[in-house]
Design a protein around this ligand. Structure first.
Ligand code: FE2
Ligand code: FE2
Ligand code: FE2
Ligand code: FE2
Length: 399
């Protein structure tokens, strides 16, 4: 099925989800990714890049640190962004994650080399113009962004970059930046108050038509990032997608409905990126205050997905997986009048998937034990009994 797909909306939704990792640890978001992207766009424009290069520069810059995992955040976040990026692993993971991303031109190593220095003193020792231009621009924008938050006086940022001209950064890029830095509006646009609006205004817009199926690998990357947050949920989203596929085939969903359901399964717990690991990995029952925090995750999932046009069904099916037919679920308290069949199916499968996985406080339940619990919830009017019967008969544990 062909759909209209706005890449910019998708890039910004992905960045928004990545910000959750930071928000979960620091309780605020530094806007590092957006600010790096805006600085990079300024440099790219001054260099006269064409619109396709400018789009890719925007997208790579927005997602340049996608490989920073929750472990790195947990260990280093309080020391600031420069510490966060002091590991080559985020370059490797980040490059791998973006391999299936729909950039406009085929490019390699942009993320791998985004911390290389012009004089060859970076992680890989690549030097000069052997470093791809987009990587060089992102590296300069990245350093500028970190300095922007460190120094109260812009003159210190400018001086710091000037000192690195010809060593960390190429003479051309340094000069280009120093020209831009004369502009008062440039510095104002980097303010937290303006940066989101500015970056979306400055990025070239590239809508595209795409096969819905081509978005599945990207959904798989996102589920990998989500699942990596905890050893106990290491295969949760992928496992849910497998179960969703079994049931979609059983119900003879057409291709479009099936792929949307699989994408929804992959991204349903996006909001968990903001939930602290102390709650996700707690070896026991959550206390009421912790449970209140846990209940927020599907709201965050909704906020990410609803920003992408064409994802209306996916948003509902992914975000309603803790709503219940009798209205006792969360976060919206929807009841059966607001929950379509796919949402109800996702709720049942999410519970089934979670019960059949390892947890810090118990081993995986068997198919029989899990479906008995589902039946009990159906008897209480919380979930759809017909779907529970179908899962019981047709959804054996396969992961
Ligand atoms: Fe980085
Ligand atoms: Fe960065
Ligand atoms: Fe969930
Ligand atoms: Fe889940």
């Amino acid at each position: 099925m062909i759909m209209e797909f706005n890449r910019n909306e998708f890039v910004s939704a992905f960045t928004f989800a990545l910000d959750f990792l930071e928000a979960g640890i620091r309780k605020n978001v530094t806007n590092h990714n957006k600010r790096v992207s805006l600085i990079a766009l300024n440099i790219g424009e001054a260099l006269g890049l064409d619109t396709e290069d400018m789009f890719d520069l925007y997208a790579y810059a927005m997602l340049h640190d996608n490989g920073i995992t929750h472990q790195v955040y947990n260990a280093l976040a309080e020391n600031g962004q420069d510490q966060l990026e002091r590991s080559v692993s985020h370059c490797i993971i980040g490059e791998r994650n973006l391999a299936a991303f729909p950039f406009l031109r085929k490019r390699e190593h942009i993320i791998t080399y985004h911390h290389e220095a012009y004089n060859g003193s970076g992680y890989y020792g690549v030097s000069g113009d052997d470093i791809p231009l987009l990587s060089q621009i992102i590296a300069l924008a990245d350093t500028t962004e970190v300095l922007f938050r460190r120094y109260a006086d812009k003159a210190e940022v400018i001086e710091d970059i000037r000192k690195q001209k010809g060593s960390t950064f190429s003479p051309l890029l340094s000069e280009t930046f120093l020209e831009i830095a004369h502009n008062i509006a440039f510095w104002l646009s980097l303010d937290d108050m303006f940066v989101s609006g500015e970056v979306s205004k400055r990025a070239p817009v590239f809508a595209m038509t795409t096969e819905l199926a081509d978005l599945l690998p990207i959904a798989g990357i996102i589920s990998g990032i989500i699942d990596a947050k905890s050893p106990f949920t290491g295969t949760h989203s992928r496992g849910l997608a497998q179960k969703a596929e079994i049931m979609a085939d059983y119900y003879h969903f057409d291709e479009e409905r099936k792929i949307k359901l699989l994408i929804a399964a992959h991204v349903h717990d996006t909001g968990k990126l903001i939930i602290p690991n102390s709650i996700i990995d707690k070896p026991g029952k959550l206390n009421p205050a912790e449970f209140e925090i846990m209940k927020t995750h599907t709201y965050y999932t909704r906020k990410v997905l609803e920003a992408v046009k064409g994802f209306e069904d996916i948003t509902e099916w992914a975000s309603n997986h803790h709503e219940k037919l009798n209205g006792c679920g969360y976060p919206l308290g929807f009841d059966k009048t607001k929950l379509d069949f796919e949402s109800q199916l996702m709720t049942c499968l999410d519970i089934y998937q979670a019960l059949t996985e390892n947890r810090p406080y118990r081993t995986p339940l068997t198919h029989k034990e899990a479906t008995d619990i589902l039946q009990n919830l159906a008897d209480k009017g919380e979930i759809n009994g017909d779907i529970v019967r179908d899962i019981t008969l047709h959804c054996a544990i396969s992961s």
